[in-house]
Design a protein around this ligand. Structure first.
Ligand code: SAM
Length: 482
């Protein structure tokens, strides 16, 4: 089916379709909306999303326009002791990565927690969540349509995943576009899979396209490979649930061993993304013609049999690549040693324009630093009168000269200016008005590079093979144009 909420979300949230319950920037719960609870018939509220901001029965979400702000249910949806009531497990959505945490602004839900003490919501859950539920009170969520971006930040992690800053750049560089055929291995948790499915999706097939085969290719397709059985199975289910099975085809396969042909069909890939521990072992399967075994050597590039199997040599060679275009490739590896082996194999296999890129996103923490006043004293300024005095004295001592110069234009001899009552007055004034934080040196700190490193991206292009016949055709075109 080509009906996917990722590709055609429509205007409202619908039954049996994926929606994203958005609590705050780094906390989202993907939910397939159900108008009843199969496991607990007889309870009218049916399935419920329980969050730290309150409870949200699915029936109150179905039919709402995307983007709706929804207040927690005032009805007691608690299920303590209830037989069989299905509590949707909270996804561990708090982002582990700082990089996705750019906006640390407090969510209004937090403020509302204390303001709205009057609305009692019962969200009893067991164990660890019980504690959280005790402190939780009513808040609100926003109901959002799924996108590759919010799916990436809320999906159940089964592996490391490729994040939005990386995959948006990768898809751009490998020229993924509507109609493209993309090979992806390994699929892992399906983060890149969803993003690439949207990138290549071309629209609904017309009747003629479905029946005929001629236009099939133009629809765009992700040929996805994963060798871990459970991961493959889970992703296949997810892709079906998300209505992306018409765009994504997942194959359970070790691509280093068995290459990229699916049931003897070639993906005719325009672009390739390899997120594997040893991409150099997969590269020999991504050639235009059977690679020269001798020059590769198994230690460098693995078993170089073109179609994977040893017996492939007896069958005519079929390339997994689009023969009529240059093919764009990206590999994703965390270590430079992997990059070196990959590039070495690429060179031997005829890849050109090889380039390595690292995307680094740094957060800069900007603050004012007052020389001579430690943080404790600064905090003290706001609280006890004793520490105000203490901090003030140090402030005047350290910065008296500087302030006098800037505020009165007078130059004061000597470094210290303990006794200037005017100065003391002014500083006190600024402290009262809390202007003190506008003073001092503006400094910044940034995260160490090691914390922001995700992977090295290696890009390369395999040119189209060019025959004398192609040259002849090109010349004719050229002549005709003139
Ligand atoms: N790109 C994925 C995402 O965005 O969610 C994450 C990929 S994960 C880091 C790497 C995956 O490659 C793992 O799930 C692993 O099982 C799979 N894998 C490793 N070697 C493979 C091979 N030779 N063939 C197929 N899959 C392989």
């Amino acid at each position: 089916s080509h009906s996917s909420p990722f590709l055609h979300p429509g205007a409202i949230a619908k039954t049996d379709r994926l929606s994203i319950v958005h609590l705050k920037r780094d906390l989202q719960t993907p939910t397939i909306l159900k108008d009843h609870d199969e496991d607990d018939e007889g309870y009218s509220e049916g399935k419920v999303v329980n969050t730290r901001f309150g409870s949200f029965p699915h029936t109150t979400l179905i039919g709402l326009p995307w983007g709706a702000q929804v207040r927690a249910s005032k009805v007691d949806t608690g299920s303590r002791g209830r037989r069989g009531q299905k509590q949707e497990k909270k996804q561990p959505q708090e982002k582990k990565r700082k990089r996705d945490d750019a906006d640390s602004t407090e969510h209004p839900n937090k403020r509302r927690d204390s303001e709205n003490g009057d609305v009692a919501i019962s969200t009893p859950v067991e164990g660890k969540e019980e504690k959280e539920a005790e402190t939780a009170s009513s808040g609100f969520i926003h109901l959002l349509p799924p996108t590759p971006e919010n799916w990436t930040s809320s999906l159940p992690h089964r592996t490391q995943v490729v994040y939005t800053p990386d995959y948006s750049y990768i898809l751009h560089r490998i020229r993924a576009r509507p109609g493209s055929s993309i090979i992806e291995a390994g699929a892992g948790s399906g983060s890149f899979t969803h993003a690439s499915a949207r990138a290549v999706f071309h629209g609904y097939p017309r009747e003629a396209d479905v029946n005929g085969t001629s236009k099939e290719e133009k629809l765009g397709k992700v040929w996805s490979f994963e060798f871990h059985e459970q991961r493959h199975q889970k992703l296949e289910e997810e892709i079906k649930e998300h209505g992306l099975d018409g765009v994504v085809q997942i194959t359970h396969r070790d691509v280093c061993e068995d290459g990229f042909l699916v049931e003897d069909q070639s993906p005719k890939a325009d672009a390739i993304f390899l997120d594997l521990p040893a991409p150099w072992l997969a590269l020999p399967h991504l050639t235009r013609s059977s690679p020269p075994n001798a020059s590769l050597g198994t230690s460098e590039a693995g078993t170089p049999a073109a179609n994977g199997k040893a017996e492939a040599s007896t069958t005519p060679f079929l390339s997994a690549l689009n023969p009529t275009k240059p093919v764009h490739l990206c590999t994703f590896s965390p270590c430079i040693e992997q990059v070196q082996r990959t590039i070495s194999a690429m060179r031997k296999l005829g890849w050109v324009d090889i380039e390595m890129v690292e995307l680094s996103q740094k957060r800069f923490e900007v603050r004012r630093e007052r020389i001579g006043i430690d943080n404790g004293a600064q905090r003290g300024l706001q609280t006890t009168p004793a520490s105000v005095d203490e901090a003030l004295a140090r402030l005047i001592e350290v910065e008296g000269t500087f302030k006098t110069f800037h505020e009165t234009g007078e130059k004061v001899e000597g470094k210290k200016d303990k006794g200037n009552p005017n100065n003391r007055e002014k500083i006190l004034e600024s402290l009262v008005e809390r202007k003190v934080y506008k003073e001092g040196n503006l400094v910044h700190r940034c995260e160490p590079e090691i914390k922001t490193h995700t992977s090295y991206l290696v890009f390369a292009v395999l040119p189209q093979e060019w025959s004398a016949e192609d040259e002849e055709k090109a010349r004719v075109k050229w002549v005709v144009k003139i």
